[in-house]
Design a protein around this ligand. Structure first.
Ligand SMILES: [Zn+2]
Length: 471
């Protein structure tokens, strides 16, 4: 293929054509255990991602990368020549859509681009579509996306976000934007390079944010933010499309707030605001009315909740020895300070806010955000989010919808992805057990289908043991 043709192709949504297993490279093929063009998954429980009740005893037929049929196993027509997998005792859900899924990883003092381990961890954990939501090494991510699309790297469909945009004096890995003109220039540069989302960070000014959003929208691209210096309601008024982390990052309720300033007492305001009062309602109402989506990232915040989350052996196994030590040290510190910790109350409020937002008609997605002190790993933390959304008050099928169809809607790919329906692309996760009755079963993924090719999930996860924190 003419190499010059690659750039414009980046702008075409990745679902334009299903990727037949035969076109995958040997490195990707070694994880594919179901490569036939016609496959029937029989006797499964289906949770379709729309919020509908689970359907028991179903047969799902995949043909040429798409879902060709779904119905009761007893009356299903299985095409001649199909590979038939009897999956009694298993549940099939849509491939997860990760809405805050960085390809880098941090502990305190460590920030590493996980070029090898993150795409494998995501796909092996059922994430078939991911938005990067702020890049610290954008060309790593551009090249990762191309490698995945060419069938050279096993990983999810990627929706690229440019470098973070913050204010002067902000974090060292980010574009520190001083003026409206600079904001416009940065957005246009990365738009030319093929990113489709932008993300503002905690120290951006209102002027720079408004300019960046306008520039992105002029290119047909979308904008999200992890805010502080600009409040939710201010960003909504500028036309932002999505707000990251929900409650934890909203400065609407800081008393005597100075414009363009990230206040230290924001956390205090979150602990004091009346959850049932008019201020919280006003923020939610303005988000819903202006169709601003929100991303839940409970798993990363849970890391600073003393003595949570449950310490999973698979997490410890995936970490490199040094990263493991760093995470466990931070975890111990949170535990030591447990009596003074305000995190349990803050976390409970953040969970409540997410439920209130959805009940008011808001569109909530979710993602892992594999940063902070390093215990929420790519994919594993997305699965933990399922339990935390249920703890928040969502039903299990609602939580699945948040993690699948809602994300696809925020990304604008819901006609092709995000739910189980005839004609849609066959991106699916097969789970041993029943996560609706036993949420922890979501960790037992056996097969993850992307474009109808079935990946051996445990093999993908086994390939990264000891590598998170290194590569
Ligand atoms: Zn992030």
């Amino acid at each position: 293929m003419n190499r010059l043709m690659l750039l414009p192709l980046l702008l075409i949504p990745t679902f334009a054509a299903a990727q037949p297993a035969a076109k995958l490279s040997p490195e990707v093929r070694k994880y594919v255990s179901v490569a036939e063009p016609v496959v029937a998954l029989t006797n499964v429980r289906i949770v379709d991602g729309t919020g509908a009740a689970p359907a028991e005893g179903q047969t799902l037929v995949i043909r040429d990368g798409r879902i060709a049929g779904v119905g009761p196993a007893a009356s299903a027509q299985i095409p001649a020549g199909a590979r038939v997998l009897d999956l009694s005792g298993h549940t099939v859900i849509p491939g997860l859509v990760g809405m805050h899924n960085h390809t880098f990883y941090t502990t305190r003092g460590r920030s590493v681009q996980l070029q090898f381990s993150s795409p494998r961890l995501y796909l092996g954990s059922g994430i078939t579509t991911a938005r990067t939501t702020g890049g610290t090494s954008p060309y790593h991510e551009i090249n990762m996306k191309r490698g995945i699309e060419r069938g050279e790297i096993p990983g999810p469909r990627l929706h690229l976000t440019g470098p973070y945009l913050t204010g002067p004096g902000g974090a060292a890995t980010m574009a520190q934007v001083g003026t409206a003109e600079q904001a416009r220039r940065i957005v246009n540069y990365w738009a030319d390079e093929g990113v489709t989302w932008f993300k503002a960070y905690t120290d951006i000014s209102r002027e720079a944010l408004a300019s960046a959003i306008r520039a992105a929208h002029a290119r047909g691209l979308k904008f999200t933010g992890h805010l502080c210096s600009v409040s939710f309601r201010e960003a909504v008024a500028f036309g932002i499309d999505n707000l990251e982390h929900g409650f934890f990052t909203n400065s609407d309720w800081v008393p005597n707030r100075q414009p363009d300033h990230c206040h230290n007492d924001m956390r205090d305001s979150l602990l004091k605001v009346d959850m049932n009062g008019p201020e919280v309602k006003r923020t939610i109402d303005e988000m819903v009315k202006n169709r601003v989506a929100m991303s839940s990232t409970l798993a990363v915040y849970e890391l600073s909740f003393p003595d949570r989350p449950p310490l999973e052996q698979r997490v410890l196994d995936a970490l490199s020895p040094e990263a493991r030590e760093e995470y466990l040290t931070a975890r111990k510190e949170f535990s030591t300070r447990a009596p003074q910790s305000t995190m349990p109350e803050l976390f409970r409020r953040a969970q409540q806010f997410e439920v209130m937002f959805v009940r008011a008609g808001g569109l909530l997605g979710s993602g892992v955000d594999p940063t902070g002190v390093g215990g929420a790993l790519p994919g594993y933390g997305d699965q933990r989010n399922f339990e935390l959304l249920i703890e928040a008050g969502f039903t299990p099928v609602e939580a699945i919808r948040v993690m699948t169809l809602n994300g696809a809607r925020i990304l604008g790919v819901d006609k092709e992805l995000g739910s189980i329906a005839v004609g849609k692309i066959a991106d699916l996760a097969v789970i041993r057990g029943n996560p609706i009755a036993t949420p922890g079963d979501i960790r037992q993924m056996t097969l993850v289908f992307k474009d109808g090719a079935g990946y051996d999930a445990p093999a993908l996860l086994a390939a990264v043991k000891g590598l998170v924190g290194i590569r």
